[in-house]
Design a protein around this ligand. Structure first.
Ligand code: NAD
Ligand code: ZN
Length: 372
């Protein structure tokens, strides 16, 4: 059971748009139904950058970012019966309480009990220099230790390599599930994926595993095409090479539009292009990229003519059920993870990893956090 307060290292985001600072923080013992986790590895996702640089929640500071990690249970609070110290786990930014009306419905992976966007001082177990430090997305994997409610922790296979399966805590599960669970890509279909970061490449992998015949990969950074080929992309389009709308280019390439499109950039303009790239009658376009700053727009005829526009959070996976299965699929070599990792660094190098993502020079940087 839980011992006392742990002092450990964490990368603290004191204020928006500033570099993270390595600090010693205090991590409180887990309370009832909570689990204290030693984080072994974490990926850096664009949503961390979004909160740091773009999000409008300027009150969400100071905080510890990171929501794509994996680790080992250090101790458990009272009432926790399904986890033990030493278990390998992935913290989840969407909970699955199993009790609420969302958890009871097969139609959604949302959960009423926890919500990725709520960060309150009473919910954090972190303090630094006498100040409460918020836990971004309830997870905070840029810390050697974190505390998460058991409804937002997945126990995974004991032989899972944590420096790879951490990517199933966000990016890879998100893109892969968006293709399989949300778009429901069909065998023989033609797909378009906009944005070839880890999320988009995982969407490409989902389209391929669903049996898509053509997978058109779109990015303004042509250095991403080589990787997209590895995951199953069959064609590549750089919007910068064309002086007409990208949707028109895709209509011409596909005799009227693609069956499925996935937006993995986080731009309302690209969301519109992705919708307009779909074929009328049955085309489905999925929003995966993250933004909550601007309204999106499209002409109503796009939907009246039979297209469907939908969104996907965490790939539509019910988190506690889905993540351990994805880990097993990786161990069975049905899902790729190693190919997403372009850089291995330490937590102290987190600002370099953030910069690599800003300049588009990485797919995923995986940071080693605490020693195993
Ligand atoms: P990333 O920065 O690694 O990748 C984004 C890619 O988009 C880059 O390769 C970039 O060159 C490309 N791009 C930029 N502008 C473009 C344009 N106009 N047309 C085509 N490509 C363009 O980011 P990531 O970590 O892969 O995340 C992608 C998006 O998914 C982000 O918005 C992130 O916040 C979001 N996200 C959503 C969820 C969810 O649950 N819905 C979860 C995780 C991440
Ligand atoms: Zn993420």
């Amino acid at each position: 059971s839980a011992t006392g307060v742990i002092k450990c290292r964490a990368a603290v985001a004191w204020e928006p748009s500033k570099p993270l600072v390595m600090e010693e923080i205090e991590v409180a013992p887990p309370q009832a139904h909570e689990i204290r986790i030693k984080i072994v590895a974490t990926g850096v996702c664009h949503t961390d950058l979004y909160h740091l640089f773009e999000g409008k929640h300027k009150d969400g500071f100071p905080c510890v970012l990171g929501h794509e990690g994996a680790g080992i249970v250090e101790s458990v609070g009272s009432e926790v019966t399904k986890f033990n110290p030493g278990d390998k786990v992935i913290p989840l930014f969407i909970s699955q309480c199993g009790q609420c009306r969302f958890c009871k419905s097969p139609k959604t992976n949302l959960c009423e009990k926890g919500w990725y966007d709520v960060m309150s001082e009473s919910d954090t177990r972190f303090t630094c220099k006498g100040k409460k430090v918020l836990q971004f997305m309830g997870t905070s994997t840029f810390s050697e230790y974190t505390v998460v409610n058991e409804i937002a922790v997945a126990k995974i296979h004991p032989s899972a390599p944590l420096d790879k399966v951490c990517l199933l805590g966000c990016g890879v599960a998100t893109g892969y599930g968006a293709a399989l669970n949300t778009a429901k890509v069909e065998p023989g279909s033609t797909c378009a994926v906009f944005g070839l970061g880890a999320v988009g490449l995982a969407a490409v992998m989902g389209c391929k595993n669903a049996g898509a015949k053509r997978i058109i990969a779109i990015d303004i950074n042509p250095t991403k095409y080589e990787k997209a080929k590895v995951f199953g992309a069959t064609e590549f389009v750089n919007p910068k090479d064309h002086n007409k709308p990208i949707s028109q280019v895709l209509h011409e390439m596909t005799n009227g539009g693609v069956d499925f499109s996935l937006e993995c950039v986080g731009s309302v303009a690209v969301m519109r292009s992705a919708l307009e790239s779909c074929v009328k009658g049955w085309g489905v376009s999925v929003l995966v990229g993250w933004t909550d700053m601007d309204d999106f727009a499209a002409r109503p005829i796009q939907l009246i003519a039979g297209r469907t526009w939908k969104g996907s959070l965490f790939g539509g996976f019910k988190s506690k059920d889905g993540v351990p299965k994805l880990v097993n699929e990786y161990l069975e070599k049905k899902v790729k993870l190693d190919e997403f990792v372009t850089h291995n660094m330490t937590l102290a190098q987190v600002n370099d990893a953030i910069q690599l993502m800003q300049t588009g020079d990485c797919i995923r940087s995986v940071l080693s956090v605490a020693l195993q």
